[in-house]
Design a protein around this ligand. Sequence first.
Ligand code: ADP
Length: 242
Amino acid sequence: MESVRTLHVQDDKDGRVLLAVVAHELRTPISTLANAAAILRDVVGTNQVGVAALQLIERQTRVLTRLVSDLVDTTRIDTGKFSATFELIDVTEVLRWAAHTCKPAMQSRSHNFQALLTDGPLYVMADRDRLTQVFVNLLDNAIKYTPRGGMISVFATAEGAQAVVRVRDSGVGISDDALPCVFELFSQVATTKPMSNGGVGIGLALARSIVNMHKGTIQVRSEGSDTGSEFTVRLPLHSRRF
Ligand code: ADP
């Protein structure tokens, strides 16, 4: 049986407050590092050791930036301060943009990628940035939890009155007993931990909160270890009127 680890800070109010403060305080130094790395890019030229070191700094700074901004968002949800700006948007466009954002990470792990999107637009009322965050989180996980050279697919289609997006990978999969827990805050499946590269179990909890804010649902399916995983996001379609 696969064990699921959940940090107890989830039930500890002081711990959550401390986490929020630390996350908030980390934002400035991390963005300073990111700016410094951007300046170094102009200076380092073609020196191979310099370029490799710079790429490492950039990659890790991106991981830290994501982690901290997810933490900050989580505490905003906790305190009811998580805001969203709803507008009419095309889900397929957001999905394409999310995939584009994740392309370098996919390439760095030699993954294959396919997008099977319905021809026309799928209009929903949504916050563009938040929805992008959901798809990026799902794609990041698919990249992370799939051994090198795997297959990652995204699908977008209309089913009845819903826009349905699926993110599928050929990765390590999730066992039956772990499936119900993956959307819990700070939960990690023990067997996937070595691949998690700094994750702490925030991404899916945040994705679920955002999808719920949009009156949608998010579900996961996996046949078990090494059979890959599929995450499905359903959002109410908007009937566009001019
Ligand atoms: P983390 O930062 O640990 O990736 P998430 O909230 O995004 O946090 O995911 C929670 C846990 O769910 C992960 O630690 C991992 O065990 C499991 N998980 C998420 N996505 C996948 C996936 N595509 N394949 C296998 N396991 C996954």
